[in-house]
Design a protein around this ligand. Structure first.
Ligand SMILES: [Zn+2]
Length: 143
């Protein structure tokens, strides 16, 4: 069964890969017609690039897969609420739906009163505990 939890689990697996590389553990997948067309995780340390958030890479790779810049009929599953930069990129991509695991009250776009493309549906709180605890665990290990 292709549920939101099913794809969020795949995004979480990406976050785990980031954790193993000592990257802030955030992961995402892009799904089109029940098929994963892009998957990525945060690589800001590896690439030495502050824009290398999971979502930015997923947008580029999904667009390459589709052969068009707009992510029509695509859903992004991301373990942590996108930041302002990524929400801007998602808005440009006109993605159909964004499913968020954990909220990011400080750096997420929702509290900044930003919205995505008017047609973009937003769902929050899918596997929230798992998605937030991996980030907490990461920062605890840094102390
Ligand atoms: Zn971001």
């Amino acid at each position: 069964m292709f549920t939101d939890e099913y794809f969020m689990k795949m995004a979480l697996r990406e976050a785990e890969s980031a954790f193993e590389k000592d990257e802030v553990p955030i992961g995402c997948v892009v799904v089109s017609n029940d098929r994963v067309i892009a998957r990525s995780h945060n690589l800001t340390e590896t690439l030495n690039d502050v824009t290398a958030h999971a979502e930015m890479q997923a947008i580029t790779s999904a667009a390459n897969f589709l052969g068009g810049k707009y992510l029509v009929n695509c859903t992004l599953y991301v373990t942590l609420e996108p930041c302002v930069m990524c929400s801007g990129a998602l808005s440009w991509a006109q993605i159909s739906k964004v499913v968020i695991g954990a909220r990011d009250e400080q750096r997420g776009f929702i509290n900044k009163n930003l919205s995505l493309h008017p047609k973009t549906e937003i769902v929050t709180g899918i596997m929230e505990n798992e998605c937030s605890s991996i980030v907490k665990e990461f920062f605890k290990s840094k102390r």
